[in-house]
Design a protein around this ligand. Structure first.
Ligand SMILES: [Fe+2]
Length: 255
């Protein structure tokens, strides 16, 4: 009769695999958490409700060097500069997403307070000699500020891409897109959205120029899946929605 001479002191094969899988899962969690933590430590973002028509302004700082950029100070340049001073942040750039009064009206004040010349599309930064144009980039400590030209709402509209965050001005809002005419402007905006913004990764954070949506920020993934203008199958449907936006809003209970 066979006798059981030895019994393993460790779990059976299935048990070993389970333990291993658990370990891999935990390791993955640690890696994701570490990456998120590293990113957060690298970049600081503050969203300001600046006034006007629910306008948003932004301060983005490289946490290590404290080098900072401001986007669309508009109605609240003093408040943003005060915040930067309190935190010890040094404002090295001011970008303006497009040439509409409710985005440019704080330019003279912030330039006086910081010495940084507000930069719009087509301007050349006097410090770096870099021109604000599609694909150009500006160093901000260890971060990089990439310019994406997104004509449509205006011909000079830009979005700024820093880390995994996209500052969209009046090109893309939460659940909406920028106002345009129903001709060349709409076509340009459609192309900008489709070709330049939607290919960005799902997890890209979206920070708009106005608080028009159900939340003050979103992601490219959420907007791609749910923004009424971005789920339209083609330009004709996009244009049709622009024509009938008021009726659509009423029908869908959108504020
Ligand atoms: Fe605008």
């Amino acid at each position: 009769m066979a006798q059981l001479l030895w019994q393993p002191a460790f779990p059976t094969n299935r048990g070993v695999f389970a333990v291993l899988l658990k370990g891999v899962g935990k390791l993955r969690l640690v890696v994701v958490w570490r990456e998120t933590w590293r990113r957060r430590r690298k970049m600081f973002i503050k969203q300001f409700r600046t006034g006007g028509d629910r306008n948003f302004g932004y301060l983005i700082a490289d946490a290590a060097s404290k080098k900072t950029l401001v986007i669309d100070p508009s109605f609240s340049p003093e408040r943003i500069v005060d915040f930067a001073c309190e935190k010890g942040y040094q404002i090295v750039y001011v970008f303006v997403t497009h040439d509409h009064f409710d985005h440019t009206n704080g330019n003279a004040t912030i330039e006086r307070l910081t010495g940084a010349r507000p930069l719009l599309y087509g301007d050349t930064d006097p410090k770096t000699g870099v021109c604000v144009e599609d694909g150009s980039s500006f160093p901000l400590g260890k971060l990089e500020v990439k310019i994406i030209h997104t004509p449509g709402h205006t011909t000079d509209s830009i979005c700024l891409y820093v880390g995994n965050s996209l500052f969209t001005g009046d090109t893309l809002f939460v659940g909406k897109v920028g106002g345009t005419d129903l001709g060349a402007g709409a076509r340009a905006e459609y192309d900008s959205l489709r070709e330049k913004l939607l290919p960005l990764p799902d997890e890209t954070r979206v920070f708009p120029g106005h608080d028009y949506g159900v939340a003050p920020e979103s992601t490219i993934g959420v907007e791609r899946r749910s923004n009424p203008f971005l789920i339209q199958p083609d330009f004709e449907a996009f244009l049709d929605l622009k024509r009938n936006w008021l009726a659509y809003k009423e029908e869908h209970g959108i504020a």
